[in-house]
Ligand binder design. Structure first.
Ligand SMILES: Cc1cc2nc3c(=O)[nH]c(=O)nc-3n(C[C@H](O)[C@H](O)[C@H](O)COP(=O)(O)O)c2cc1C
Length: 402
């Protein structure tokens, strides 16, 4: 089998004069049916009022919600977005890779940073360091809140007493909240994300959320599954509603908001102040604005193939501009091309793409195969790159699409 000359390349390498993320959004957002101007998180009133101003938020997703992903979500109307989870121990030994998770993109209006760990002292130090970093770089206005992960079910995290393991230890979890509040000089909201319990029938969420409330969290996000369910089964909206009744702080509901309609339904059925959209954002950055429209009684227009391809092209370019790992573009291909004619075959071809121009070329070909002018899905340098690239040798086998 033919191997592409650049197979060894693992990361996109932005060139010196490559367009910035702001330029890319300015050029590509409108064709994708997205907003080129990213609204900041509401600064007015109490935390509850700030959440109510636009209740649909981009959830934290390790391995997914990087800078490019968050920019797409904000362009799609997300009120705010949460970083991938960042280890407090990692921040202690911070290297550039760790800071890459914590830092906002220059085009990102603001951000919630999520920390995970188990030692209150490390949380105290991590909160201080995050704030110092934001302050020294003039970004302090961009730090909306620090969120504490008490939900992650991954065994290597739980084994160390981190993530959802904290659900077994409300006293430690409360200590962690107090440490983060102290470490951030009580200068910004501290929030937490939990599951409804560690294992089925061990339903701890209402009492646990109350303990966090007493320790001073501004809101608690609840994913309506037990940790041992991972992402299987269904998320229990009733269980989330019981947390809403148990505490006076706002609750953010999470779980199975897989479409705009489900996001609105989750908010309404739980009485939560806000909703996190997670897997529902895969290939669907419009979910946030659509949910708001639906919530206001309007039916949003469906997103056309041209818009979906334009969104894919913009997202790939944002990945490239932020130096992200190539594997992230491969997942995007699966998500954005889903449901299009010959999707499986196009996805297979995407597996051979190694650089941004390969992806843009592929998108141009998908556009043509769907009777669309590539110029309607990408503009400027993107179009030029798409036109001048050759397809990878492995992909040429499938050239019946062109
Ligand atoms: C790939 C992936 C990564 C995730 N990473 C995190 C994380 O870092 N922190 C966190 O609190 N939740 C994380 N979650 C959980 C989501 O934020 C969300 O609560 C969960 O997916 C349920 O929502 P959904 O059913 O709408 O996807 C992750 C979920 C997925 C699918």
């Amino acid at each position: 089998m033919a191997v592409h000359a650049q197979t060894a390349e693992k990361h996109f390498h932005p060139t010196q004069d490559a367009p910035s993320t702001s330029q890319l959004l300015a050029q590509g957002a409108v064709a994708a049916g997205l907003s080129a101007t990213l609204a900041p998180f509401s600064a007015n009133g109490s935390w509850e009022q700030r959440l109510a101003a636009n209740p649909y938020l981009m959830a934290p997703m390790a391995g997914v919600s990087d800078q490019a992903y968050r920019l797409m979500a904000r362009a799609g109307g997300a009120a705010c977005a949460v970083s991938e989870m960042v280890s407090v121990a990692g921040i202690h030994y911070a290297n550039e890779k760790t800071w890459q998770l914590v830092d906002p993109n220059p085009a990102e209006p603001d951000l919630i940073v999520q920390l995970f760990g188990s030692d209150p002292e490390q949380f105290y130090e991590a909160a201080k360091r995050v704030i110092d970093r934001y302050e020294s770089r003039g970004w302090l206005q961009k730090l909306v809140a620090i969120d504490i992960n008490m939900a992650c079910p991954v065994p290597k995290v739980v084994r160390k007493g981190e993530g959802s393991a904290l659900l077994d230890d409300p006293a430690r979890a409360a200590d962690i909240v107090r440490s983060v509040r102290e470490g951030s000089d009580y200068s910004l909201p501290v929030t937490a994300k939990i599951r409804i319990g560690r294992k089925q029938h061990d339903y701890v969420a209402p009492a646990f959320a109350k303990a966090l409330e007493r320790a001073g969290v501004s809101s608690v996000a609840v994913h309506g599954r037990f940790a041992n369910q991972f992402y299987t089964g269904t998320s229990d909206a009733n269980a989330i509603a019981q947390v809403v009744s148990a505490v006076s702080i706002p609750v953010i509901a999470s779980g199975d908001a897989l479409s705009a309609a489900q996001a609105v339904q989750l908010k309404e059925s739980t009485g939560a102040a806000a909703v996190f959209c997670a897997r529902g954002t895969y290939g669907n950055p419009w979910i946030f604005a659509d949910a708001r429209s639906l919530g206001a009684g309007c039916t949003p227009a469906p997103h056309t193939t041209a818009q979906r391809l334009a969104a894919f092209a913009l997202h790939v370019q944002l990945l490239s501009a932020t130096g992200a790992h190539i594997a992230r573009a491969r997942s995007l291909a699966g998500w954005y091309l889903k449901g299009m004619p010959e999707a499986a075959s196009w996805r297979e071809r995407a597996m051979h793409c190694v650089g941004v121009s390969d992806y843009l070329h592929l998108i141009a070909q998908v556009a043509q195969a769907n009777a669309l002018d590539p110029a309607s899905v990408m503009v400027g340098e993107a179009l030029q790159l798409a036109q001048e690239t050759s397809v990878t040798p492995g992909a040429e086998k499938h050239s019946h699409h062109a």
